[in-house]
Design a protein around this ligand. Structure first.
Ligand code: RP5
Length: 187
């Protein structure tokens, strides 16, 4: 079967938004939201960073769900969430030994963005996420880097939903006029 460029699983490339306004294709048709990005965090104590991801994705009108699901303490829950067919991109964040991004990546072929959280040494979670063994990749961003995780997820989604390119362009244009914040801080 011939697969068109930018058409995952051979589905036709998403059209530009119609009269319904921006991101028609990202809007749910039924009452149940269509999830595009699923964020998993290892603990309730990680929710603050996850909410920053949600806030950025909300600005881009990208549907997002956040779940607490520890790789060590709730492996069955992680498994259930990873097999949700509505998710296009996963963002997994955890501190300390931070197994969650790798565990999610081991169970799906979809892109997984890992966010190491600055909880113990900092280096512990960073290396746990970055140093994945060959064959099971995780796209790691920096410590607590919620903003970059959301932007990377949006860039991946833009391959399937081209209307998101406009959001990313607007975002970049804003950066040209504003000074960069300190590392790990959202603008
Ligand atoms: C990790 O251990 C979590 O991701 C969290 O960052 C850290 C501490 O967890 P709690 O003791 O707050 O549950 O698994």
């Amino acid at each position: 079967m011939k697969v068109r460029a930018n058409s995952p699983q051979g589905t036709p490339r998403a059209r530009r938004p119609g009269p319904g306004g921006p991101h028609t294709l990202l809007r749910p048709r039924s009452s149940r939201p269509v999830v595009k990005v699923t964020v998993l965090v290892g603990s309730k104590s990680d929710l603050e960073v996850a909410e920053k991801v949600r806030a950025r994705l909300d600005e881009f009108h990208v549907p997002c769900e956040v779940h607490v699901a520890s790789a060590h303490r709730q492996p069955d829950k992680v498994d259930r969430l990873v097999h949700d067919p509505a998710t296009d991109v996963f963002i997994a964040m955890a501190g300390l030994s931070a197994a969650l991004p790798g565990v999610v990546a081991a169970r799906t072929l979809k892109p997984v963005i890992g966010v190491p959280l600055n909880r113990g040494l900092g280096l512990d979670s960073l290396l746990s996420v970055v140093q994945m063994p060959p064959g099971i990749p995780v796209a790691s961003v920096g410590l607590d880097a919620a903003e970059n995780a959301a932007l990377l997820a949006t860039a991946i989604l833009a391959l399937k939903y081209p209307e998101l390119e406009g959001e990313l362009q607007k975002y970049r244009a804003k950066w040209r006029d504003e000074p960069a914040p300190a590392p790990g801080k959202s603008p």
